[in-house]
Design a protein. Structure first.
Length: 563
């Protein structure tokens, strides 16, 4: 979050408290459950590709606990999706805030009926709808839902957020005075130092283990002699609440040199359109090589504006002489519990490590980068990269079944990409015109696989991705398959289908009974489930499924069943 800067002459006096939280209404919102408020995750906790944007409230390892409105307002939005929030309710409040309750098992009856009607009207279980303010007003403490573990949840809990209604930014709920005791300062385990004369992606930082002394953390030596005149630091730190060992995210970290501010980050007031910038705060290349999770206290050049505030132009430490300079790093939680690191640095050019330049093309953040090779091309946007990186490319003649191109390896999967980039591959075999609409490009990034349908562009295949790694084109003419239902459904309470595809991509699923659409849920994206209701009455029926994969292959099957 960008904070308003005070006149510089005050900083030496005020900077230690500059990380102080913004003032929000106190005791306006109630705990949305009727059990003691205990958390499994807080705001700002590090997650894959995002900061955690709310509180994960424990539900005693149970589902279907009653969930209550945190304050007066009205239901303004409903989301039902296979991943992410699962089933979620948004409530707008008259004070300009919106609360969100996610991973729910069920909405309150009147709202559930409304949502079901909307799903049938739109012929889509997966919906994101705005609701007029006069339909579902609520009071503080009104029953609104049953807790669950739907969507991206891995266990029973309620995900709870507070947002600025106008901007949509997520705010730290711990700043609203919920009943959670926290008298424990953050724990800092390691400090990493970077040479900022070169990319953070093309070095291994110097990692220093810290020794705890109360709320202070000490280096093995009070003075670091460094061979670079431009350096920055990252921390490996977590926070804990009183009475629990569960590790949580930290709220703020700030760095000073000689009592003057250099840089800080504050994890509050973040939008979902910004949350992927966590991949710039965490040193992902280092982590992908087995290193600990390090959070940059100074921003990378392609991620200056989200969560960070810098005070000297670039937020890094510049050593313009060979004198000894004091460094202070403060780490805080939302309750202002503070841990500190104090040491000194001294520039010694004789310690500089030799640098061997490379002739490889350099990709630079903040600009469009174009890579054009014989059979592989890649185009970034201005927002794709956080730091510079030299091209590392390899072509492998790896002929998997159905492959119509070589395997192209481009950069490490540990190098994060913020924005989508375009990949173009030249096939190494002729593709008949009738098959050009059946080509996909498979991207393998570490342990993850992504499939995107390719478009034909003057002899090249094109698709967009957000992960570096390997890329290869395939012809896919194989439609999905699915299990057959029992013909006699008289004793069944539901229908369950688990489609399968050779590239594990189910793009669409449609079920009809006697020509009318049926609402199958698809929680967590693998299995489609329909609970029998008035839309599938007893008697003989024709049940039809239409399933499509990413390449556009369609499976249609029809069964005559009896319920």
């Amino acid at each position: 979050m960008m904070l308003k800067k005070l006149p510089f002459l005050f900083f030496s006096f005020l900077f230690a408290g500059y990380c102080e939280a913004q003032t929000y209404p106190q005791n306006y919102f109630r705990h949305p459950l009727d059990i003691p408020m205990k958390l499994v995750a807080n705001f700002g906790e590090i997650r894959a590709n995002h900061w955690h944007m709310g509180l994960d409230i424990r539900t005693q390892q149970k589902v279907n606990l009653p969930v209550y409105a945190a304050a007066d307002g009205y239901v303004s939005r409903i989301v039902v999706e296979p991943g992410g929030f699962g089933q979620a309710i948004y409530i707008d409040h008259p004070n300009g805030y919106t609360t969100l309750y996610a991973h729910l098992n069920a909405f309150f009856p009147a709202l559930a009926d409304y949502v079901k009607k909307q799903q049938y009207a739109r012929q889509s279980w997966n919906i994101d709808i705005s609701i007029p303010g006069n339909l579902f007003p609520v009071k503080k403490g009104s029953f609104i839902a049953r807790s669950g573990s739907t969507g991206g949840s891995e266990g029973p809990h309620v995900h709870f957020e507070i947002r600025d209604t106008k901007t949509g930014k997520c705010l730290n709920p711990l700043l609203f005075n919920f009943p959670i005791t926290d008298a424990v300062p953050p724990s800092i385990y390691k400090l990493a130092m970077y040479d900022r004369n070169k990319s953070t992606y093309e070095q291994t930082p110097q990692v220093i283990s810290l020794k705890k002394a109360g709320a202070k953390y000490l280096l093995p030596s009070d003075r670091l002699r460094v061979g670079s005149n431009k350096i920055s630091f990252a921390i490996n730190a977590v926070d804990h609440f009183s009475g629990t060992l569960n590790p949580n995210g930290i709220y703020c970290a700030e760095i000073m040199m000689d009592d003057k501010p250099v840089s800080q980050f504050v994890l509050n007031n973040i939008g979902y359109d910004e949350t992927r910038y966590i991949n710039a705060q965490v040193d992902l290349p280092f982590k992908s090589r087995g290193g600990p999770t390090m959070q940059q206290v100074s921003p990378l050049p392609g991620a200056m504006n989200v969560a960070y505030d810098v005070f000297n132009g670039n937020g890094i430490i510049e050593l313009k002489d060979k004198e000894v300079h004091n460094i202070d790093i403060e780490v805080q939680d939302a309750d202002k519990n503070t841990s500190t690191i104090h040491f000194s640095v001294q520039y010694d050019p004789t310690l500089a490590k030799p640098y061997t330049p490379t002739a490889a093309q350099e990709l630079i953040p903040g600009q469009v980068n174009v890579v054009e090779l014989d059979a592989f091309e890649l185009y970034t946007t201005e927002a794709t990269l956080y730091d510079s990186i030299h091209v590392n490319y390899e072509i492998v003649q790896n002929k998997e079944l159905g492959a119509v191109s070589a395997l192209h390896k481009f950069l490490s999967a540990g190098i994060p990409a913020h924005d989508l980039f375009t990949v173009r591959i030249k096939p190494d075999t002729d593709i008949a015109p009738e098959l050009r609409d059946k080509v996909i490009i498979k991207n393998i990034a570490g342990s993850r696989t992504f499939i995107s349908k390719a478009t034909w562009q003057s002899g090249w295949l094109s698709a967009k991705f957000r992960q570096f790694g390997s890329f290869q084109a395939f012809i896919d003419t194989m439609p999905p398959t699915v299990n057959a239902p029992p013909i006699n459904l008289s004793k069944a309470s539901r229908l369950v289908f688990t489609p399968r595809d050779n590239f594990n991509t189910i793009k669409s699923f449609r079920a009809e009974v006697d020509g009318k659409w049926l609402c199958f849920s698809n929680d967590k994206g693998k299995t489609w489930i329909y609970q029998f209701d008035e839309n599938f009455p007893p008697g003989a029926h024709e049940l039809k499924l239409t399933i499509q994969d990413e390449a556009g292959n369609v499976m249609e099957r029809t069964w005559n069943v009896r319920r």
